[in-house]
Design a protein around this ligand. Structure first.
Ligand code: GLP
Length: 243
């Protein structure tokens, strides 16, 4: 497990601060970095820290390019629950990243297959220097749900009950929660030069342990990260409580 560095953070804020420092170092060392970005509640604190560094004049996003992991099927960009909206709200609108340099799957694409191929081409043109990841309760990364195989490229995925349930906290009801999403594939995630996985909270303790110490299996999609040679896990004490 030499390739997986685990950084123990005190709590969510500490995790966010450390993650932001790593991302900031990446941008400082390589101003035209390609960042793979993630949504969910986990990275919000890190994005806040990055905005702070930008406002203090310590960070420049003008040459940064970004590709996001996933997007709900059926949500328009102006829907406040779309991941497009989330990224603008939580990061892009507050720093000097160029809109044309930010990529995210189009949730309302008419042709699913064509949208997946379009996104794969974007990924090919934008090899990620650093991929930021959160962790789903069932071990999903992006929206790569537990499965009998590891998906390679961008695909449309039917979300599992547990994920729909978890995401429903942001929607009016379970029924109103999207049941499908476009997601980057596992192979694309693994192609990033460096992976930064952020995990916070007791509810993630068991799955974090499985991903680090369990067998590598598509039933725990994040377990594939054991095979990547440059993974940094920043996890808080609650998330590491079973280790
Ligand atoms: C969603 C996102 C993932 C995210 C996961 C965990 O399903 N597609 O990218 O990592 O939720 O979310 P949270 O950080 O809110 O626990």
């Amino acid at each position: 497990m030499d390739d997986m560095r685990i950084i123990r953070a005190k709590d969510y804020n500490d995790m966010s601060r450390i993650a932001a420092n790593i991302i900031a170092a990446q941008i400082t060392l390589k101003p035209d970095s390609v960042l793979g970005l993630a949504t969910g509640s986990t990275p919000i604190g890190a994005y806040k820290e990055l905005i702070k560094k930008y406002n203090e004049g310590n960070l420049d996003f003008s040459e940064v390019r970004s590709v996001n992991l996933d997007e709900y099927k059926g949500l328009t960009k102006d829907n406040d629950q779309s991941y497009d909206y989330f990224m603008k709200e939580n990061l892009f609108n507050h720093v000097n990243i160029k809109a044309e340099n930010c990529h995210i799957p189009n949730g309302i694409a008419e042709d699913d297959e064509a949208e997946c191929r379009r996104y794969d081409e974007i990924l090919e043109k934008n090899p990620r220097d650093l991929q930021l990841l959160g962790l789903g309760l069932n071990g999903h990364i992006g929206f790569n749900e537990p499965n009998d195989h590891f998906a390679k490229g961008t695909h449309l995925i039917q979300l599992t009950e547990s994920t729909i349930e978890a995401n429903s906290r942001f929607f009016e009801s379970y029924e109103a929660t999207p049941k499908a999403a476009f997601t980057m594939g596992i192979k694309s995630i693994m192609q990033a030069g460096k992976i930064l996985l952020c995990v916070s909270g007791k509810s993630k303790a068991q799955i974090l342990r499985d991903l680090i110490h369990g067998p590598i299996t598509p039933q725990v999609p994040a377990s594939i990260l054991q095979l990547h040679n440059d993974v940094i896990v920043v996890a808080d004490e609650d998330a590491l409580s079973l280790m």
